[in-house]
Design a protein around this ligand. Structure first.
Ligand code: HAM
Length: 419
């Protein structure tokens, strides 16, 4: 029979590399948790309209990359391409903005974009994200950036940079837009590009084509149009980053791939990855909640790309054996088939007491079972035959030193609890 393959461009993790994936994801999550963010577990699919309105129709994400289908009830459903719109939908629907503000949440899971697959760019990929809703304050902008930076430093990453800019408030953007549209009107653009520019003129800063880049060289920059209040906010964010010794570069041409951004926006870029070097990004989205039918509350957050961060960690060679420490404390081997049931029961009892253990399955010779013990990465192993069952004690072998000590089987649980 022919083999079935995974759909094109999905990322997947299996042992042993899945241990590194888990380590990266948990490190990112714990940076959010120690900063007071709480879990939000959201559906993987949503009403298509949520992303059209929330993320914006000028974006590649919405116009080209959504996995959209009709469900059995004839509704248009889309697999989530990002997390912020879903968080907002849930906040509005469940009145979470009536709780103490800012509401600070984190999420982690799979996201879907029908992009052209390449190294570091997948059609199903993983993000850890946070959102802080209901507070428009430079301190919270700083906090969000610091949560990501702390996670990267905790992982041991060194070769990355932080780009920041500000998209200002509504007034700053309106004044800039007028000049930018006038500038763009003088350019000779193809129809598709002109259409994109009409939806969101900032998109042209993000165009990878050399001729468009050249044409945009002298375009007015939003950073030069910040209202006094926006400029003061942005200056404060920079000041806080400096005092926390978080290095950054101001990149006034940075355009995020989603339309909801306002104010402080940022991207973390790894210097060790190829074309797909963005390991995380985010920013403020002060009009999004209202656009989705909720109250006029501000928000800021980020999404970190777990797949790419794992690749960056590998490229920087920062994983050592401490990351892949085995979960297994003790590996038990039944000497013959008569002892199998006894060992099986003992393993079950040890697990009931919270001790991590495993056993050799199947009818392997002792040598093969010893190999399994080695492979399991267990700290200790023991062989149980008729003698051990009769005497009620076994030789507990330390897998690193090779030394063995006699231990009463009945006291195995207390022995391990003490360790
Ligand atoms: P984003 O910049 O579109 O932002 O995605 C965040 C991160 O997800 C990227 O920096 C990248 O590491 C990873 N990523 C995106 N697409 C792919 C892909 N096809 N394959 C692998 N990794 C990918 C957002 O999604 C916003 N929701 C972030 C945010 C939260 N802004 C405010 N709050």
């Amino acid at each position: 029979m022919s083999k079935i393959q995974a759909p094109k461009g999905v990322s997947e993790y299996f042992p042993p590399r899945s241990q590194y994936f888990e380590f990266v994801r948990e490190t990112l999550i714990s940076s959010a948790q120690i900063s007071g963010y709480q879990l939000m577990e959201l559906p993987v699919f949503e009403d298509t309209e949520l992303f059209k309105r929330g993320v914006g129709e000028s974006t590649d994400v919405v116009s080209k990359e959504m996995y959209t289908f009709e469900d059995r009830g004839g509704r248009s459903i889309t697999l989530r391409p990002e997390g912020t719109a879903g968080v907002m939908r849930s906040v509005i629907e469940n009145n979470l903005d009536k709780l103490t503000l800012p509401l600070k949440v984190w999420y982690s899971g799979a996201f879907f974009r029908a992009e052209r697959p390449q190294a570091g760019r997948y059609r199903q990929f993983y993000q850890v994200g946070i959102e802080a809703i209901g507070l428009d304050d430079p301190e919270i902008d700083f906090e969000v950036i610091a949560v990501a930076d702390r996670a990267f430093k905790k992982l041991g990453l060194k070769s990355y940079r932080l780009d920041i800019t500000s998209l200002g408030d509504a007034q700053s953007r309106a004044t800039h837009r007028k000049d930018l549209v006038a500038y763009i009107a003088k350019l000779d653009l193809d129809e598709a590009t002109a259409e994109r520019a009409a939806l969101n003129p900032l998109r042209l800063f993000d165009d990878k084509r050399e001729e468009v880049r050249a044409a945009m060289k002298d375009a007015p920059l939003l950073l030069d149009y910040l209202s006094p209040e926006s400029a003061a906010n942005f200056a404060k964010v920079q000041e806080l980053l400096k005092s926390a010794k978080i290095d950054f570069t101001i990149n006034p041409r940075m355009v995020r791939g989603l339309d909801y951004y306002t104010g402080t926006t940022f991207e973390f870029v790894s210097e060790k990855l190829g074309a797909q070097s963005g390991i995380g990004g985010g920013g403020r989205y002060d009009g999004l909640m209202e656009e989705l039918g909720g109250n006029n509350l501000s928000g800021i957050g980020f999404g970190l790309g777990v797949d790419r961060i794992l690749m960056a960690c590998e490229a920087e060679g920062i994983f050592d054996s401490s990351v892949v420490r085995s979960e297994i404390d003790i590996f038990l081997i039944a000497l013959g088939s008569d002892e199998k049931a006894y060992v099986s029961n003992l393993v079950n009892e040890l697990r009931n007491s919270g001790i991590s253990c495993d056993m050799a399955y199947g009818d392997r010779a002792l040598k093969g079972s010893m190999k399994s013990a080695d492979k399991s990465g267990a700290r200790f192993s023991a062989v149980i035959g008729a003698d051990e069952i009769k005497s009620g004690s076994l030789a507990l072998k330390d897998m690193k030193s090779g030394e063995a000590k006699e231990v009463r089987i009945a006291s195995l649980i207390t022995e391990f609890k003490a360790n």
